[in-house]
Design a protein around this ligand. Sequence first.
Ligand SMILES: *Cc1c(COP(=O)(O)O)cnc(C)c1O
Length: 452
Amino acid sequence: MKTKILLDEEQIPKKWYNVQADMPSPLDPPLHPKTQKPVGPQDLAAIFPMELIKQEVTTDRYVDIPEEVRDVLRLWRPSPLYRAHRLEKFLKTPAKIYYKWEGVSPAGSHKANTSIPQAYYNKQAGIERIATETGAGQWGSALAFATMLYDLECTVYMVGSSYHQKPYRKSMMNVWGAECIPSPSTRTNSGRAVLEKDPETPGALGIAISEAVEDAATHANTNYALGSVLNHVCLHQTIIGQECREQLAMVEDYPDVVIGCVGGGSNFAGIAFPFAGDKLTGKHKDVDIIGVEPASCPTLTKGAFMYDYGDVAGLTPLLMMYTLGHDFVPPSIHAGGLRYHGDSPIVSRLVHDGVMRAVSLHQSEAFEAGQTFARTEGIIIAPETSHAVKVAIDEALKCKKTGEEKTILFNCSGHGNFDMSAYDAFHAGRLVDYEYPDELIREAIGRIPSIQ
Ligand SMILES: *Cc1c(COP(=O)(O)O)cnc(C)c1O
């Protein structure tokens, strides 16, 4: 019985899979933030290179991965698929648990799967600098790694509370040559406006996005990059699920359950879309695809499915997605990441249509599962990832009751080596469980402009 199921370098997928080709109806188009008319490629050209804009809107089933990009991916891909023998034994479950280990990338998470192609296409387009935001710092460090490889400058607006709680993510960005600024900052109009209203604000992803978009839109040599949510980002992550399908085929298996944690939806999309495609095209009807989010930021489980901005200042296009309202500020007691107010429009649509489903968890149960994972499989995972582990454990325990030998697959999105203060807080009993109140969600959703 194998523990690591490994592919050869040559088996890195040659194409990204676009699930839009297999969806029963097209996505609702993004709308211009001011005119509320569908945005055209020209509207996006101020901040994105044309190749990425094309990937954002294409409904082709496959998009070729440039050889130059595959050459960089070889540094850590194909990533290993593990059979969690020790976790299974600990749980005494008849289920088979597999996890795809994305923490092997230099930046420590799946995010490098998209930072590399994004930096590549920007370089091709003659761009000199990329501005972005980062929450916990994983995306900022993944982009810093990629821009370093392509000799681009990189400016990262990091959510203020994380900047102070996680200083070593900033250090990583600096090692790779990027600058990292706590957000809100005084560099942008959006940042200054927030600071004027609330000088003590902990910051939020929606605010940092406004700053990065403004920076890119006001500098000709600078583009913007996003680490999640958008269609092209989810597209780039589909190498995860494609590799999993190959790896499981090597041991003659196929998942009954596929699980990923959801912040903006990209690692979940990455593992899930190829299997969602199998489901949509009738190749495998029964696979249960589950996205897991925190109860303190319950976008898919309690948000509204409607058009909303991606950021606080309302600079981004309006996206049709599940949202908690663009001015959502997550409670600062929350240590488990996954704090974005919206979600990938494709993930949102597939959840809305019942192709996939979503559940929410409290942070203490997620950390407990993360600890169980560390004490069985050894790897200390990111708090975000522990949400997926918790649901994998729950599904395996259900099998223990029913005696079913299901195959459970989850995405192990990244390591937690920089999250020790959160694990410390968990050990000290300082993590408070918090369910975001329905009342606040209703109010925030009431502040979303209605689309005419
Ligand atoms: C960023 C991140 C997430 C959440 O982002 P998604 O776009 O939802 O995948 C989850 N896990 C890790 C390790 C991350 O770095």
